[in-house]
Design a protein around this ligand. Structure first.
Ligand SMILES: C[S@@+](CC[C@H](N)C(=O)[O-])C[C@H]1O[C@@H](n2cnc3c(N)ncnc32)[C@H](O)[C@@H]1O
Length: 315
């Protein structure tokens, strides 16, 4: 009996934090592995999986739909797959309706079938909308980003993300605002020493690399990478911003990020404070409280019901 874990990121770390014994893992599975091992276990490609009776595949990555399709292609039976992150799937009740294609024809059916997207597709207005597969990662967070970027068309300034990890969210910003300068701040080696991150959480966040992040950016010419620990990594950078994604999980760096970015945000700009509503990462909301005390006022903001409970601060 073998247990395989699909994903070498935060989901895998959460699984171990819940008390799952790392020794039971045969191998980790990743379509885009950052290295040959993770937590001293081998990392294999999906096509190397050989799941037989008695084995279990635990899927900790968030792209549940795409991974389910891949498992199907690889002949991995659904009864061997446990999806830990399928909370963002919107059910299409028509999947089993094979008669519709025959009766209506494929072209008309494609136009009629419900899409995951609940806000209008901005394709006519902006050719740089996000593909459906990105939206399925965290619909509310990404559809909101898309709408915010539309609002930012007239606002000057660069975009930035503090806390990039493997570049998933940064890629979406870059896709939606191809001509904006986009600063990417990350240590690319996890959290600072004095942060009380659990070992597996730290290991998951070390599992990235600048070249791999740059390789997935659709418009790499707009990117400026600022590697190293923040705020030292700023190295005196003076810039104005229209959009900032602040996603560093813990108190001190969140506070440092607010202190730097909020005064430099243009009027009409947005700062997306990820995990503000997360019960697992209380330091994020605490940092905002501390910063508002320093400022002497409350910042106008709108919370989102996305996976991390993002708070959108509005200038
Ligand atoms: C949750 S991940 C970011 C995920 C990413 N925003 C996304 O949505 O795909 C947090 C990142 O913050 C980075 N980080 C945390 N503290 C930092 C610091 N003081 N300086 C630089 N990077 C830091 C970690 O290295 C990690 O990659």
């Amino acid at each position: 009996m073998g247990i395989y874990v699909w994903g070498t990121g935060c989901g895998a770390s959460e699984l171990l934090e819940q008390g799952f014994d790392l020794e039971r893992v045969e191998a980790f599975v990743d379509s885009f592995p950052m290295g040959d091992t993770f937590l001293e276990k081998p990392v294999i490609l999906p096509q190397q999986l050989d799941i037989s009776d008695g084995d279990l595949l635990i899927i900790t990555a968030r792209h549940a739909d795409a991974i389910a399709d891949r498992c199907c292609q690889l002949g991995i039976p659904a009864e061997r797959c446990l999806f830990l992150k399928n909370n963002t799937i919107l059910l299409d009740r028509n999947e089993a309706c094979s008669a519709a294609k025959e009766i209506l024809g494929e072209d008309l059916l494609k136009k009629l079938i419900p899409k995951q997207r609940m806000v209008p597709t901005p394709a006519q207005l902006n050719p740089h909308s996000l593909p459906e597969k990105d939206l399925s990662n965290d619909y509310v967070r990404l559809a909101t980003l898309e709408l915010l970027c539309r609002r930012l068309a007239e606002v000057p300034g660069a975009a930035a993300e503090l806390g990039v990890y493997r570049g998933f969210f940064a890629r979406c910003i870059n896709q939606l605002m191809p001509n904006r300068k986009l600063y990417l701040f990350d240590s690319f080696e996890g959290f600072a020493e004095n942060t009380c991150a659990a070992d597996s959480f730290q290991a998951a966040h070390r599992n990235t690399a600048i070249d791999k992040v740059l390789a997935i950016m659709p418009y790499p010419a707009s990117i400026t990478v600022k590697p190293g620990f923040f705020p030292e990594s700023l190295e005196g950078l003076e810039e104005r911003f229209c959009l900032v994604s602040l996603d560093v999980d813990f108190y001190q760096t969140t506070l440092d990020g607010l202190r730097y970015f909020w005064p430099r945000l243009e009027e009409g700009g947005y700062l997306m404070l990820h995990d503000w509503g997360s019960p697992k990462l209380p330091g994020v909301a605490e940092a905002l409280v501390a910063y508002e005390v320093e400022l002497g006022c409350k910042i106008p903001a709108m919370p989102l019901c996305d996976v991390g409970g993002t708070l959108v601060l509005c200038k």
